[in-house]
Design a protein around this ligand. Structure first.
Ligand code: C2O
Ligand code: CU
Ligand code: CU
Length: 456
């Protein structure tokens, strides 16, 4: 594992804090020993992070890391996290992509009250699906996620897979200047367009890292887009890579192809056949290098492509009996100049409704009321020139087709709806609750592009 020195230091500092907080509980890889009540203690706190060499950034992290400590759980088992808020403001944790009960979903005033400074909250739920997921707050999101409160959540398959090696690569483009100081996380004129972009792209908080991988082996690369704004156009010129899962859900393995657009909140699991020792590949975002993947000598026999990953237990929607509902994602910036009332301006709406991020009662007015157990097709229509990674909490949906791309139907929790695209998704409404339905460009979500879907 190619740790950098500064990440190890940050990690040790974080675990020190954890040890104190737990009254002497000892940790091994972040998992406490001899604790009956929880598997992980997760502490959100400010800390200094060296993103720009020689400069410290006043980040917020989980257990002294940003992106936060990697949490792992086995599929079908219970994950118990004692979350402690050592920030100076309220927060929550949302478990992106996990199909869980509403009261564990981390949405303030819908799932739970915000966790106040100094308080803790015990999250406790079963993880039904294997795959690459992540966690983040659902409060003051542009700043909290922007400062680093994002982290990987890996749910391991029930049975062992053919992968003997894996790496988690958390992508984030930080809003920092050349000296590591934060720049604004959200700028109105950007929020009304593609969202406010950061400047410094990193993988696991390191700009342009070199990852050493065992030559000749097949390595599972879990790529997670934990950024507020950026869609990474992933490509790996000259590399032998196959897609094994999208947003946690297995697909029939296929070559990575020319490029894959990974929108905010989305994940892709690739199998990479690592080149010979000394040979380097560039993992890129369009023409820009994100990381160097370098083969290093390995004594193991060369690896073969593993079999497809086992499907997750997601119910298959019946398109014949499904009811169709339509959702238009609209741009209204021309109609809504900077809000006069002091709140966030609203630049976006769904079917004529803009979510008000400061109104605690929005979820009382769901945009759709679904009947528990029924089947639905959603027609998602993007009326704008900007793309939206559309995300639904609490449920996984199947992407059926699109008027712009050829789709091999697959299950996901987030679909990147392109400019002026119309796509159809379908699912069984089998999890009761009031589920957020929003764009994962945080700027868009906070300026109107969110709604609640009720399932009862
Ligand atoms: Cu990552 Cu409301 O979600
Ligand atoms: Cu989510
Ligand atoms: Cu959007």
């Amino acid at each position: 594992m190619a740790f950098t020195r500064r990440q190890i230091l940050a990690g040790l500092a974080g675990l020190g804090v954890v040890g104190l907080g737990a009254g002497g509980v000892r940790y091994w890889l972040g998992r406490p020993e001899n604790v009956a009540t929880h598997d992980y203690e997760l502490i959100a706190a400010p800390f200094d992070l060296e993103l720009v060499l020689g400069h410290l950034t006043p980040a917020w992290g989980y257990n002294g890391l940003a992106p936060g400590v990697e949490l792992r759980c086995r599929q079908g088992e219970r994950l118990r996290v004692r979350f402690i808020n050592k920030l100076s403001e309220p927060t929550t944790i949302h478990w992106h992509g996990i199909r869980l009960p509403l009261d564990m979903d981390g949405v303030p005033y819908v799932s739970q009250l915000p966790v106040l400074p100094g308080e803790y909250f015990d999250y406790n739920f079963i993880t039904p699906d294997a795959g690459s997921y992540w966690y983040h707050p659902h409060t003051t999101s542009s700043e909290q996620l922007g400062r680093g409160l994002v982290g990987p959540l890996i749910i391991e398959e029930r049975e062992s897979t053919g992968f003997r090696h894996e790496r988690t690569l958390s992508l984030k483009t930080w809003h920092v200047d050349e000296e590591g100081a934060f720049t604004p996380f959200s700028v109105p004129r950007e929020a009304a367009r593609e969202g406010t972009r950061g400047r410094l792209t990193t993988i696991n908080a390191v700009p342009n890292p070199t990852l050493e991988l065992p030559a000749g082996q097949v390595v599972r690369l879990r790529l997670l887009n934990l950024d507020n704004t950026v869609t990474y156009r992933l490509n790996l010129p000259g590399g032998e890579a196959r897609i094994y899962a999208l947003d946690g859900n297995p697909v029939k393995p296929r070559p990575l192809g020319k490029d894959y657009w990974l929108g905010p909140g989305m994940r892709i699991d690739l199998a990479l056949k690592v080149p010979a020792a000394g040979v380097e590949l560039s993992l890129r975002n369009g023409p820009l290098r994100l990381a160097t993947l370098k083969g290093v000598a390995s004594s193991e026999a060369p690896g073969e492509w593993p079999a497809a990953l086992p499907a997750n237990p997601v119910a298959e929607p019946d398109l014949v009996q499904a009811e169709t509902l339509r959702f238009n994602f609209e741009w209204t910036a021309a109609l809504a100049p900077e809000s006069a009332q002091g709140g966030r301006a609203k630049y976006w709406q769904i079917n004529g409704q803009a979510w008000d991020i400061n109104d605690k009662t929005c979820a009382d007015r769901p945009i759709a009321n679904l009947k528990l157990g029924n089947h639905y097709i959603f027609v998602l229509r993007n009326m704008a020139q900007y793309q939206h990674p559309i995300h639904l909490h609490g449920l996984s949906f199947k992407v059926l087709d699109s008027d712009r791309k050829s789709i091999i139907p697959y299950f996901t929790d987030t679909y990147l709806l392109g400019k002026n695209e119309t796509a159809r998704i379908a699912f069984v409404a089998d999890n009761p609750g009031v589920w957020m339905f929003h764009c994962h460009v945080i700027d868009h979500m906070e300026t109107g592009l969110m709604a609640a879907i009720s399932v009862a």
